[in-house]
Design a protein around this ligand. Structure first.
Ligand code: SF4
Length: 270
C-alpha cells in the first residue's frame, strides 16, 4: 500500500520527485497540491512509525558530522542549559542579552507540543511574529501549516508523533527585518539549544539560512545542504527553505516537499 494515492503519485512523479512508499496502515488520502501546498481538508491520522525500520543507508546517503559546541566564556550557556520550561520562558521574556531587546514588541519563544516528535526551527521573527509573540504567523505560517498538514502534522493538540514544536533561532525581531548579526545569533543560541534538549525531537527541520548557520555552523547555501540528513546532538536534521522564501520562489516548493519527505524517512528509520 502506498502512502500516496494514485493522483498524488502521478503528480509527484511528473514533477520528478521521489515518492516515498512505505507500508503504513492508513493512507494519506487528502489531495495535496504540491504547487501550492494546499490541502483541502485536514489530513487523516498519520501512519505510526513502522515496527520494522528501513535502512537509513538506503535512503540517506550522506550524513554530515556533528558541529563542535561553542565556547561559553561567561557561563551563561551553562545556566540556560539547566533551565526547565518555566525558567526558560521567563528568561527569554526578560532577556536583554543583545541589542534586539531595544526594538522588540514581544519576544517570540515558541509554540507547539513540548513532547513533539518533530521540531521546526525558523530564523528570526518578522513583523507579525513580533506583534503576536508567535513564530510562523501570516502567509508564511499558513504555508508552513499546509506543508505540515500534508504530512498529517500540526502545531495544535494531538499525540506527540503528530505534533510539531516550532521555535526560531532568534527570539526578538531585528529592526526592519534586517539580517541577524553573528553576535545576536550567538547570544540567543543557548535558548534554542535548551528548547531542543527539552523537546527531545525525533527529527528537526531547519528552515532558512540562519537556522542552518546556528544549528550546523555552516554558511553553505541551503541548496547545497538540503537533500541529505545532518545531525544535531544526535538528532537527524534536514535542511530546507524557509516558507517566506517559498512564497517568493514558487518552483522551490517542490524541493521543499522533497525535503519534508526526506525528514519523514529519517523519522521512520529511528
Ligand atoms: S534576540 Fe535572544 S539574546 Fe537577543 S535580547 Fe532577544 S532573547 Fe535575548
Amino acid at each position: 500500500m502506498s502512502l500516496w494515492d494514485a493522483r498524488q503519485t502521478a503528480m509527484l512523479k511528473a514533477m520528478g520527485l521521489r515518492v516515498w512508499a512505505p507500508s503504513p496502515p492508513a493512507p494519506l488520502d487528502a489531495e495535496i497540491d504540491v504547487a501550492t501546498m494546499q490541502a483541502p481538508e485536514p489530513a487523516p491520522q498519520p501512519a505510526p512509525r513502522r515496527a520494522a525500520p528501513v535502512s537509513v543507508a538506503e535512503v540517506l546517503p550522506q550524513v554530515a558530522p556533528q558541529p563542535a559546541p561553542r565556547e561559553d566564556a561567561d557561563g551563561r550557556s551553562a545556566t540556560i542549559a539547566a533551565m526547565d520550561w518555566p525558567a526558560l520562558r521567563e528568561s527569554v521574556a526578560a532577556c536583554r542579552a543583545c541589542g534586539l531587546c531595544e526594538s522588540r514588541k514581544n519576544t517570540v519563544f515558541g509554540v507547539g507540543n513540548e513532547q513533539a516528535h518533530w521540531m521546526i526551527v525558523g530564523e528570526a521573527p518578522g513583523e507579525n511574529e513580533d506583534l503576536q509573540g508567535e513564530p510562523f504567523v501570516g502567509q508564511a505560517g499558513k504555508l508552513l501549516d499546509n506543508m505540515l498538514l500534508a504530512l498529517g502534522l500540526s502545531r495544535g493538540e494531538g499525540p506527540p508523533e503528530q505534533q510539531v514544536y516550532i521555535a526560531n533561532t532568534l527570539k526578538c525581531r531585528p529592526p526592519r527585518n534586517r539580517n541577524p548579526e553573528p553576535d545576536e545569533l550567538a547570544r540567543c543560541e543557548p535558548y534554542l539549544d535548551r528548547q531542543i534538549a527539552l523537546v527531545k525531537p525525533r527529527v528537526i527541520l531547519a528552515m532558512g539560512r540562519f537556522a542552518v548557520q546556528s544549528l550546523l555552523r555552516s554558511s553553505e547555501p541551503i541548496g547545497r545542504l538540503r537533500g541529505r540528513v545532518h545531525q544535531y546532538q544526535g538528532v537527524p536534521l534536514v535542511v530546507t527553505y524557509h516558507p517566506a522564501y517559498l512564497l517568493r520562489n514558487l518552483p522551490d516548493k517542490a524541493r521543499a516537499w522533497e525535503d519534508l519527505c526526506l525528514a519523514r524517512e529519517a523519522m521512520a528509520s529511528r
